[in-house]
Design a protein. Structure first.
Length: 165
């Protein structure tokens, strides 16, 4: 039994190190981002040009993620409070079926812009380290904040500082 447990732990460590080796390309604070054009779940096209020169919050989430379920109401409040400011919000669902993501948003009354994950977005924001994942990108396209995991109410509320010039 001990030998099996030791072998299993060794396998986990090796797998973890191999998985971590690929994370060198993860987007981090200080990196510059070039966003692709995206189509939102409600059918609008958000062009990279329309987001350029403005601060942007990008959140990666899933309808099945309990931590996203805790954070998304906070993000919705922030989105409503900062409308009319330069701060933009774009969320990316990693659900397999866009209908699940759309239904999730509808049931909860979320109005923040949401798109589905795509190869172009994965090449920008992957590999992921957890959910939700939130990035703040400044007007020059530089990542100025990255959060992995659920943010508390006051932490999300504090993101409104990026709405001020």
């Amino acid at each position: 039994m001990l030998r099996a447990r030791t072998a299993f732990i060794a396998w986990l460590l090796a797998f973890g190190l191999m998985a971590g080796a690929g994370s060198a390309g993860a987007l981090e604070v200080g990196d510059t981002v070039r966003l692709p054009d995206v189509q939102t779940l409600d059918g609008r096209t958000v062009t990279a040009a329309s987001l350029s020169g403005k601060p942007l919050i990008v959140e990666v989430w899933a309808s099945w993620c309990p931590f996203c379920a805790m954070q998304n109401p906070r993000l919705q409040k922030l989105y409503e409070r900062t409308r009319g400011t330069p701060l933009q919000v774009l969320t990316i669902s990693i659900d397999k079926d866009p209908r699940e993501a759309t239904e999730y948003l509808r049931k909860r009354g979320y109005t923040f812009p949401a798109t589905m994950d795509s190869p172009a977005l994965r090449s920008t924001f992957s590999p992921r380290k957890g959910l939700p994942e939130l990035y703040v990108i400044d007007a020059r396209g530089r990542v100025v904040q990255k959060e992995v995991g659920e943010m508390l109410e006051d932490e999300v509320a504090a993101l409104d500082r990026y709405a001020r010039p």
